[in-house]
Design a protein around this ligand. Sequence first.
Ligand SMILES: NC(=O)c1ccc[n+]([C@@H]2O[C@H](COP(=O)([O-])OP(=O)(O)OC[C@H]3O[C@@H](n4cnc5c(N)ncnc54)[C@H](O)[C@@H]3O)[C@@H](O)[C@H]2O)c1
Length: 312
Amino acid sequence: MFKVGIIGLGAIGQRLIKSFTEHPEMEITAVCDPIEELLNSTVAAIGKAKGFTDYKEMLKNADIDLVYVAVPPKFHHQIVTDCVLEQKHILCEKPLANSVEEAESLYKQAADAGIIHAMNFPLNYSSGNATFASYIKEGYIGKLRRLELKMHFPQWPRAWQQNNWVGSREQGGFVLEVGVHWIQQIQKIFGPVQLVHRNVSFPEDENLSENSILAVLELEDGTPVFINGMSQTAGKEVVKFTAYGTEGTLALEDWSELYGAKQGCDFEKLDESTPVSSLMNELVNALHHKEADLPDFYDGYQAQVVLESLRN
Ligand SMILES: NC(=O)c1ccc[n+]([C@@H]2O[C@H](COP(=O)([O-])OP(=O)(O)OC[C@H]3O[C@@H](n4cnc5c(N)ncnc54)[C@H](O)[C@@H]3O)[C@@H](O)[C@H]2O)c1
């Protein structure tokens, strides 16, 4: 059994508690959050885990192989640094940190320490996204002409993520919270990408995150990548990623529903048949010193470079 400690028991922390609990080789031995009520209810729900309000106490006193860091982005750097100093393996939430400098420091520290340093980018374990990548690889769309990411939100922060940071300019916004997943996917499937032009709008309140972005980036061969993001829109939330090619088009709608069509034809839903692993299985492989398909802090750092070029 691998022993897991979790720092941050909010929305995503709770989601991954379920995944850790369901894995036969993982055991949550410690959890930490400064909100005592949340801490106590989580400890009660898990059963055997020890609760801590101070993560440093947890790192010193609990029996842990791997720490999962699920706190808001501006706390990642300090907390992950302290985990590295304690030689713990780490799974960190995206984005890796809250600036390029912080992200670079984390990936260098983790690499030097020789620990496992994984990122939680869940699209890597979605069969829709994996099948999209397989179709691209086998040439379904022909030569790539353009990538397009559309992110429209009727409300930001979304109803299910009402907290004190995700709507803030300091460490929130949909470009950071949603866009970074797609930056990582673009880099993984299509290679390096860099900013050419951007137009970002913010509300008058300088504490609030962006409400619009139009950006053009470029792949290494000059293929354009267009980002169209907006909040406070009519209708439903749209998160859609499209690859246009000389012979066809592939689209991931609602994050991972795969549609495709050859030029001139109507779109149809495509079978999402490419097999995928899970974050938990890959973490366990890494902990057993086996080969593992895990985005790491270097991937997190590379995504952060592009993210910050869009944010700043
Ligand atoms: N991978 C994904 O799909 C995904 C989805 C949502 C959020 N996230 C990321 O996960 C992180 C957390 O997001 P969330 O939506 O769960 O936020 P949240 O605000 O719901 O939860 C964060 C929790 O961290 C706790 N916390 C803050 N400082 C702490 C500290 N020093 N020690 C221990 N706990 C501390 C807070 O009390 C809170 O309970 C962010 O980086 C976010 O970008 C990732």
